[in-house]
Structures are given as C-alpha cells and as structure tokens.
Ligand binder design. Structure first.
Ligand SMILES: NC(=O)c1ccc[n+]([C@@H]2O[C@H](COP(=O)([O-])OP(=O)(O)OC[C@H]3O[C@@H](n4cnc5c(N)ncnc54)[C@H](OP(=O)(O)O)[C@@H]3O)[C@@H](O)[C@H]2O)c1
Length: 306
C-alpha cells in the first residue's frame, strides 16, 4: 500500500512509500479507502517532531471498504469523512467507527477532507459559552483554515461577527464569509466589546483581544502563530471575571463523529462552504507543505488520491 512516511534521508523529510502494510482493523474499526486528505498547520510541527518513520494524516474523506466487525459505524460502500490519529496520508486507513461520519451526496471528497480538525475547532470553540445568537464574536486569523469555518459558523449561529485578518487584501474574503466587521489591528476597536473571541494568534493580538472583552467574556485560545502573550490581571480591568480558555479540538473525545456529522449537514445545506485554498494531487504533498509553510494558502490545503 502507498502512503507517506517521515524519513530523514528523503527530500523534505517525507517519502511516499509503496510498501506499507495494509491496515489491520480492530473489531470496532472500519477501513477507509482515502480519496482526499487535508493538511493542518499543526502537522507541519508534528513532521519536525517525528522525523523517523512516522505516518502523518488526520483529516480525510473516502469510502468505507470494510465495515467494523462489531457492526458499529457505516457499511462498506458508504462515503465518509473522518478524523484519524495518524496514517491518513495513505491509500487506506483503519479508524474507530466513532470518528467517522457519513457524507451527504452534495459534499465532495475535497470539501469533506477540509472539515475535520479546522471545522471541529471552530464548532467546538464557538460552543464554549453556549449559544452565540446576538453575541459579539471576534475571530482572529479569520481567513485561515480554522478562521474561515469559525466566521461562517458564528454567522450561522446568529452572532455579530468581527473578523481580524492579517492584511487588507484578505478583507473581501472575510466579508464574503459573512463577517459584519473586518479589521487588522485590535487597538482602538469601535465594534466591541466582544462576548467571545476565537484566537489562533496569541501574542499582541491576544493581549488586545483581552482589552476588548466584555465583562465575563471568554477568549478561546487555540494557537500562538503571533508568539506569546504577556498578560496580568490588570489587562482584565475593563472585563472583570472574563477568562481565557486553553482550547483543544479533540475534547470531548467521544463526540467527534457526531460533530463531524453536524459539519457535513451544514456543508450540504450551504450554510458552510469550505474555502479550499489549494487542491492538488497527493504526489504534490511536499510542494503543498512548502506553500503552507510560506503562508501562500488561503483556507484549507487539500490533496486528492486517484
Ligand atoms: N488547539 C487546537 O486544537 C488547534 C486546532 C486547529 C488549529 N490549531 C492552531 O491554530 C492556529 C491556526 O490554524 P489554521 O489551521 O487556521 O492555520 P492557517 O490556515 O495557517 O491560518 C492562520 C491564519 O492566521 C494568520 N496569521 C498567521 N500568522 C500570523 C501572524 N503572525 N500575524 C497575523 N496573522 C497571522 C494567517 O494569515 P495569512 O493569510 O497572512 O497567512 C491565516 O489567516 C495554528 O497555530 C494551529 O496549529 C490549534
């Protein structure tokens, strides 16, 4: 079986091997024939941390070729999207049935592959404080992989959404995604204070986000692309009892398949449109990784197989 594996002697430390063992599913696992997978920014770091014979790949979409022996999960032949612990950048992968969700016919494999980590991050972070209907929500890094989903889902949930983008030329995309306000700097913001902030950036952006929180408001922090923030209780002067929550998409573990099914439903009915910044054949995975590192991809980077 073909699939990617880290190898310090290969260019870029990654090799497309053609002699990987076929997956051996446990009783509660299905085998999926992978048709598309997406790369997450966090995986760039994992590739560095696990240079020898690690098999990357978390976000994928494909077709079940073997149902789980215990009868759980979708039948063979079902089109699905899934979140794996690894091994998804390969022709086939075994996965617990509870991290797999069936795909509606309207959702293409490349769109579906974009959903798992970025979509779950946005969906679950938006739920942190209950309904967002009528709330003021700020999304930082709003045209990135997570941000684009966060803006669309917050809009679908009835929030007044402000998008923070890295550059003026990202403004149109943020507006098309449904953001009511778009800004680059968070100093002297007129549109807050915000009840909820979804933050991918950290650093000064997180510091300024805290200064623009409403009393009792929440920041869900899930990335630190802009570095480390320096904060003390005095930064919360305008927002007593506000809090910063360290957010990880995989928790709770046991409802990931259910939440993926929600993302599929919203995509099928047009409320969520995955922004695919790059779609290439999987033979171009290394080039796509380079483009992601160079910040050349707006939205999700997807690779297709076959
Ligand atoms: N905790 C979790 O469970 C979890 C889950 C998913 C993601 N993450 C993390 O969340 C972060 C965002 O992920 P992603 O997939 O959305 O990444 P992404 O697709 O690369 O998007 C990042 C966004 O932030 C902007 N950005 C990057 N560096 C910036 C900087 N120094 N200053 C201002 N804007 C900057 C980018 O703007 P440009 O368009 O200019 O590049 C882009 O819009 C990453 O750190 C990722 O590892 C964490």
């Amino acid at each position: 079986m073909r699939g990617y594996i880290t190898d310090p002697s290969a260019p870029g430390g990654l090799r497309l091997a053609d002699d990987l063992p076929e997956p051996e599913p446990a009783e509660d696992e299905v085998v999926v024939d992978v048709r598309a997978f997406a790369i997450n920014r966090g995986e760039l770091k994992l590739l560095e941390l696990r240079p020898e014979h690690w098999r990357p790949g978390q976000d994928l979409a494909g077709v079940v070729v073997r149902a789980a022996d215990d009868g759980s999960g979708p039948a063979a032949g079902t089109r699905v999207v899934a979140i794996a612990e690894g091994g998804g950048w390969a022709e086939r992968v075994a996965l617990p049935a509870d991290v797999v969700a069936p795909l509606a016919d309207e959702v293409a494999f490349d769109q579906a592959a974009a959903l798992p980590i970025a979509g779950l991050t946005a969906l679950r972070a938006l739920r942190i404080d209950g309904p967002v209907l009528g709330r003021k929500v700020l999304v930082t890094g709003a045209t990135g992989g997570v941000g684009q989903f966060a803006v669309q889902l917050a809009v679908a949930g009835g929030a007044e959404v402000t998008a923070q983008v890295s550059h003026p030329d990202r403004s149109d995309l943020a507006t098309r995604l449904g953001a009511e306000h778009v800004l680059i700097e968070l100093r002297h913001v007129q549109v807050g204070p915000f009840d909820l902030v979804l933050d991918a950036l950290g650093g000064e952006v997180l510091e300024e986000a805290v200064h623009n929180l409403s009393p009792g408001g929440t920041v869900a922090t899930y990335g630190n692309l802009a570095g480390e923030a320096s904060l003390s209780f005095l930064d919360f002067r305008a927002a007593p009892l506000a809090r910063i929550v360290g957010f990880f998409h995989a928790h709770p573990q046991d409802a990931r398949g259910e939440d993926l099914a929600t993302l599929v439903r919203l995509t099928a009915d047009g409320r969520l449109t995955p922004q695919l910044g790059s779609v290439r054949d999987w033979s171009e995975t290394r080039e796509t990784l380079d483009a992601l590192r160079a910040r050349e991809v707006r939205g999700k980077a997807v690779l297709t197989i076959g």
